[in-house]
Design a protein around this ligand. Structure first.
Ligand SMILES: *[C@@H]1O[C@H](CO)[C@@H](O)[C@H](O)[C@H]1NC(C)=O
Ligand SMILES: *[C@@H]1O[C@H](CO)[C@@H](O)[C@H](O)[C@H]1NC(C)=O
Ligand SMILES: *[C@@H]1O[C@H](CO)[C@@H](O)[C@H](O)[C@H]1NC(C)=O
Ligand SMILES: *[C@@H]1O[C@H](CO)[C@@H](O)[C@H](O)[C@H]1NC(C)=O
Length: 263
């Protein structure tokens, strides 16, 4: 048999549990990209379930500095503050209601990198607060596959194949060449890297070119592949080209024909 005391204890625990349940406010989803492209408009969003509570406010912070507040119970529902690196997208700065609040940022710069937080609070009597945060880093992804330049469609045996492969990003990519599936190392080809800086706002975007000089030592065709790899962002982009090696040995004649054709 259960003692009276024990029954009270259980009732009390259940009661506290129920109160606790009704006091809690749930952050059901938060969308803050880990990496955002500096040229994009980025939308941060936060979804919540208030249970029996009334939503008092949703606050957005960057590095502990509040830049946006939605307070549906106030006369002035929206307030914004100036924070370095934060520009609200003028066309469509926010969308907030009882369940979701999103803010869109424009004019990103390296100053926009940081820890973003969504904080929700319930109204009286509980005033419960819940929040979630996530780091966002501003990058510049390659806008297209790497560009191969300088190739001829046909080469001769023993000729030097020369080509460039170029890509631009921040952080900079590692560029590698493969010929017929073989990784081109310094032993197999001459590789020269060039780099120029193309700033986008304050982000030091690098345009990198990897030049390959490769002595052709086999007949048939060469399948060239250039890969731009940004390990941190888990981004890999590649471009391939096929070139043919002449069967005919009379190179001097062919050169004459070619130069006549080109001039
Ligand atoms: C905050 O939200 C999470 C996710 O819904 C939930 O597990 C947690 O109990 C909430 N905290 C408070 C204090 O309401
Ligand atoms: C864009 O951001 C930069 C750096 O934060 C700032 O100096 C500039 O005024 C902003 N431009 C606009 C149009 O908001
Ligand atoms: C709140 O806004 C979101 C997206 O902006 C929308 O999907 C949802 O239906 C809205 N909810 C209510 C209750 O208006
Ligand atoms: C590759 O690019 C570099 C730097 O722009 C240039 O000097 C070189 O001539 C180019 N090579 C080829 C094969 O186009």
């Amino acid at each position: 048999m259960m003692t009276m005391e024990k029954t009270y204890q259980i009732v009390l625990i259940l009661l506290l549990y129920t109160i606790n349940l009704s006091l809690s406010v749930h952050l059901t989803d938060i969308q803050i990209p880990e990496y955002a492209d500096i040229r994009d408009i980025v939308t941060l969003s936060c979804s919540y379930r208030m249970g029996r509570n009334k939503l008092n406010s949703v606050k957005w912070y960057k590095d502990d500095r509040e830049f946006f507040r939605y307070a549906p119970l106030m006369d002035q529902q929206i307030s914004t503050w100036t924070v370095v690196g934060i520009t609200l997208y003028s066309e469509n700065p926010y969308r907030c209601n009882k369940t979701t609040c999103s803010v869109s940022l424009d004019n990103l710069s390296s100053m926009s990198s940081g820890i973003y937080r969504c904080e929700i609070s319930a109204d009286a009597p509980s005033f419960t607060i819940n929040f979630s945060d996530q780091r966002m880093t501003i990058v510049a992804l390659p806008r297209h596959d790497p560009i191969i330049q300088g190739l001829n469609p046909i080469y001769s045996m023993d000729e030097m194949l020369e080509a460039n492969c170029t890509t631009a990003s921040y952080p900079p990519a590692v560029i590698i060449w493969h010929i017929n599936g073989i990784l081109m190392t310094a032993e197999r080809a001459q590789l020269t890297q060039y780099e120029i800086q193309l700033d986008i706002r304050d982000l030091q975007v690098r345009s990198r070119t990897m030049e390959i000089q490769y002595r052709i030592a086999s007949r048939g065709q060469l399948f060239l592949k250039c890969t731009a790899d940004i390990e941190l962002l888990n981004v890999k982009r590649q471009t391939s080209e096929l070139v043919y090696i002449r069967k005919i040995e009379k190179m001097s004649n062919l050169r004459l024909i070619n130069s006549a054709y080109l001039s």
